[in-house]
Design a protein around this ligand. Structure first.
Ligand code: ZN
Length: 404
């Protein structure tokens, strides 16, 4: 290893660029979708698309749009990825069509380009897939991709008209309207029978309700089952979801499945990670993975990890949301974690291109944290490299029992 005791983050970036990453969270689309990509669609299927629609196809509109979006870190890392993958210096209104053509041709020429570019330009060694549109799927790449299983459609499934945030329902998997007993039996069977292939469970409730999950009885959940959404109160809907989560947690503990929970952003009023404290405290045998560092409540996540040993902090998405906040949060997490094995990272992206940007953003913040910790005298160089190996891939392999 190079001499890195001078706290030079760019030297650290060279060190980290030579290492692989394993992402704990992606929504990677199938090959046939990736093959439709051009520049405009790439923006639409990225977090840049969350900032508003891509511009009209004129020089003036593109120039104005680039001026508006340029400083946003979703845009910055996607542009850096496009620059790296497609060999350009900058994306401008002048080269827009040319870059778009290059993206389209690369995908059309090779149906596996979306994964090859992740390996080649992002250093990916594999990832966990949260395929919410076909949960449990590895989107056709079992050697590289390991699925996690979504709980949301079960937690929302008290009635066929009650949909998840992605407008899915579990009821399309039932031929007839099930009784509550049949529903619960099928749920348990589903989790157990999926276990050989899935590595974890995922709950994205924060987009629809508060994450202040409470105790709920089977009788109370049964009383909600079958009611039309318009006939239910918020308390009843939450009660049903709480009960389903409770059952999932019992099975997850038994099957040693970590439970990934979206915290922060989403519904801002109900997604503060501290709302999870009663659940975390009352389920010591479950491994709770708090996603996104709970942004903007990154210190609240740190407090939970400080007090409870059944917490894993996952900073997936965070370096894209705010590179500055991610760097700050990672400094704090390294300080407070009771076990340095309980921190991981993921890209949280739909396309190979954005996944490359996410890995670049992650390596950037990690290089800066390593450099700062060494420069301040807190860590030796070899300590920094050890921490990097853990958060980049080793912790994910252990936490999710990934076979290599
Ligand atoms: Zn996600």
């Amino acid at each position: 290893m190079k001499q890195t005791t001078n706290g030079d983050w760019k030297t650290w970036l060279d060190v980290l660029n030579a290492k692989p990453v394993y992402s704990t969270h992606e929504h990677h689309r199938e090959a046939f979708s990736q093959q439709q990509l051009d520049l405009d669609l790439l923006f639409q299927w990225s977090y840049v698309g969350w900032c508003g629609p891509a511009p009209a196809a004129t020089y003036e509109a593109r120039t104005a749009w680039l001026d508006k979006i340029r400083f946003n870190t979703y845009y910055q890392w996607l542009e850096k990825a496009i620059m790296r993958i497609y060999g350009i210096e900058e994306l401008t209104a002048g080269n827009w069509d040319e870059v778009s053509h290059a993206i389209r041709q690369a995908h059309l020429a090779d149906a596996d380009w979306h994964l090859d570019l992740m390996k080649r330009h992002g250093g990916y060694a594999g990832f966990l897939e949260d395929c919410f549109w076909d949960t449990g799927s590895d989107v056709g790449y079992p050697d590289f991709i390991t699925p996690v299983y979504r709980l949301d459609m079960w937690m929302m499934g008290y009635h066929p008209e009650s949909l998840t945030n992605e407008r899915t329902t579990i009821h399309d998997q039932f031929e007839d309207q099930p009784t509550f007993e049949q529903y619960m039996e099928r749920f348990e069977h589903e989790l157990r029978s999926r276990r050989p292939s899935i590595a974890g469970l995922k709950c994205a409730s924060a987009y629809q309700r508060t994450i202040a999950f409470a105790d709920a009885s089977r009788a109370a959940a049964k009383a909600v089952f079958g009611k039309k959404p318009s006939e239910t109160t918020e308390a009843e809907r939450n009660c049903f979801g709480d009960y389903m989560l409770q059952v999932a947690l019992r099975i997850a503990a038994e099957l040693e499945l970590p439970v990934q929970i979206h915290t922060g952003l989403a519904k801002l009023g109900g997604s503060n990670p501290l709302l999870l404290e009663p659940l975390v405290a009352s389920h010591p045998n479950n491994q709770f993975v708090l996603f996104h560092g709970g942004f903007p409540w990154t210190y609240d996540t740190a407090a939970l990890a400080h007090n409870y040993d059944n917490i894993v902090i996952d900073i997936n998405w965070l370096p894209l949301i705010s590179t500055t906040a991610a760097e700050d949060a990672l400094h704090v997490y390294a300080d407070v974690l009771r076990d340095s094995g309980k921190i991981a990272w993921g890209g949280d992206t739909w396309t190979g291109e954005e996944a490359v940007g996410a890995s670049m953003a992650f390596r950037h913040i990690l290089a800066r944290v390593c450099a700062d910790k060494v420069d301040s005298g807190a860590w030796r160089s070899k300590d920094a490299e050890r921490f990097a190996d853990k958060i980049m891939y080793e912790n994910a392999y252990k936490l999710y029992q990934i076979r290599r």
